[in-house]
Write a protein that binds this ligand. Structure first.
Ligand code: HEM
Length: 115
């Protein structure tokens, strides 16, 4: 599963791992199902995700730097994991959408913080 492999890398990552492990102290049993439904909603049109990612990340950025550096690292891990596991149209779509959302999130964060 993309999300499992992605988060194995995230947890061990020196640039952003600490945000998940220490800042947010992510409960993976809760986070992973959310991410499955987030991505299956975007890519497959399935319903079920109810969350507020923008708000969550804005809150995180008040506790720890969330700048171009962290977002580039996030995107790099996402792209690498997608390429390791998949190829084709949906994989390309996932990467494009992740990049677009990451850019939008960073932009929103920059407008509410001084990062
Ligand atoms: C620097 C980059 C990022 C970091 C460090 C990060 C970190 C996190 C953390 C720690 C959480 C858990 C928050 C909590 O439940 O308290 C979270 C939730 C989430 N993240 Fe990220 N994230 C990043 C970028 C992204 C991007 C680019 C996307 C989408 C493409 C994304 C999608 C989500 C979603 C859907 C949730 C669940 C939100 C909810 O429960 O409402 N994240 N993220």
């Amino acid at each position: 599963m993309l999300d499992d492999k992605f988060y194995d890398k995230v947890k061990a990552n020196s640039v952003i791992g600490h945000i998940f492990n220490d800042t947010a102290k992510v409960d993976w049993g809760n986070h992973l199902p959310k991410m499955y439904s987030f991505w299956s909603g975007l890519l497959l049109g399935e319903h079920g995700f109810s969350g507020n990612p923008m708000q969550k990340h804005i809150e995180l950025s008040k506790q720890t730097p969330m700048t171009e550096i962290q977002f580039s690292e996030w995107l790099l891990i996402f792209t690498q994991t997608t390429d390791e596991l998949f190829e084709g149209e949906k994989a390309d779509e996932a990467k494009t959408r992740a990049a677009n959302i990451a850019r939008l999130m960073l932009h929103k964060i920059q407008t509410v913080t001084s990062n």
